[in-house]
Design a protein around this ligand. Structure first.
Ligand SMILES: [Zn+2]
Ligand SMILES: [Zn+2]
Length: 287
């Protein structure tokens, strides 16, 4: 007792890492307030020791671990707007479904570590915090636990593949990285035009990951019921010359078709996030 309270770095709480929004993505770097060159290895990243035959051996220093986790986080390409997302600051707004979603997300790594490779699928309306929550999970895996992962918004992934075609790159080459990712996050599943090509790409990714028992995490605005699923305004032609706006309500199963849907059911736990009443005057300020 009576010992000095160890002072925490006000910038990074002694994690030695700060995360900022840099362009499109969240970016991790050494904390400028408390980072100093590693004293154990003089910043070389290696320690030297001698084996039984008196040969010098280079052993990676503990500080390399921090380097690795920073690299994994930056390679994940988490959206910049969620650079500060953590389990601690997730706003559940007193809603039981959001509390449950947060609990599942924060225990996800523990389950994964215990050998449960089943993924998660968060479904619910716009603005309930789905993307924030999956960004937090990916931050936990990469930055806190050193496990690689990739974040892709589904329509960005599709345009990436299209850009690849234009450059003459093969589809399989591009998809290899996605298929082999240790943890894959697909944001906005079901968004797009639902063309045959889009469905075929999705089917290929999901089948591959399903067969390889890889962990995949999804978000989607489409739910399992007509009453809660995404309402999409569509223009339909009328008998006369004009067009009129109609509302289309598709469930997730209708959106991605039965084959993909049943795979999703097999490889993920489904979690519905209901969130606060959007008519509430302050709801626009919550993430
Ligand atoms: Zn610091
Ligand atoms: Zn070191």
């Amino acid at each position: 007792m009576g010992s000095q309270v160890k002072r925490k770095c006000g910038n990074c709480e002694d994690t030695k890492i700060q995360v900022v929004a840099k362009g499109q993505y969240a970016w991790a770097e050494y904390c400028p307030s408390c980072f100093s060159e590693c004293k154990a290895c003089d910043g070389t990243g290696f320690l030297f020791q001698y084996d039984e035959q008196e040969r010098e051996q280079a052993i990676p220093c503990e500080c390399k671990n921090l380097d690795l986790r920073i690299t994994l986080f930056n390679n994940a390409q988490i959206p910049g707007q969620f650079f500060d997302a953590t389990f601690k600051n997730f706003d559940v707004s007193g809603d039981p479904s959001l509390e449950e979603a947060l609990r599942t997300a924060s225990f996800f790594f523990k389950n994964y570590k215990n050998g449960n490779r089943k993924g998660l699928l968060f479904m619910g309306g716009v603005g309930v915090g789905k993307t924030r929550l999956v960004s937090t999970i990916l931050r936990d895996f990469t930055l806190n636990h050193g496990i690689p992962g990739i974040f892709r918004e589904f329509s960005s992934l599709l345009s990436e593949i299209k850009t690849g075609y234009d450059k003459g790159l093969s589809e399989s080459g591009l998809l290899e990285k996605i298929n082999n990712a240790e943890i894959l996050v697909i944001d906005e599943l079901g968004k797009g035009r639902k063309s045959d090509w889009e469905i075929a790409i999705l089917d290929s990714i999901i089948s591959n990951r399903y067969n390889m028992r890889k962990t995949t995490i999804f978000t989607t605005n489409y739910t399992e019921k007509k009453s809660t699923t995404y309402v999409e305004p569509v223009l339909v032609k009328t008998d006369k010359e004009g067009v009129k706006e109609k509302q289309r309500k598709e469930t997730l199963e209708q959106r991605v078709y039965s084959r993909i849907y049943s795979r999703l059911k097999g490889m993920c736990d489904f979690i519905e996030m209901k969130g606060p009443d959007h008519r509430h005057p302050y709801s626009e300020f919550s993430g």
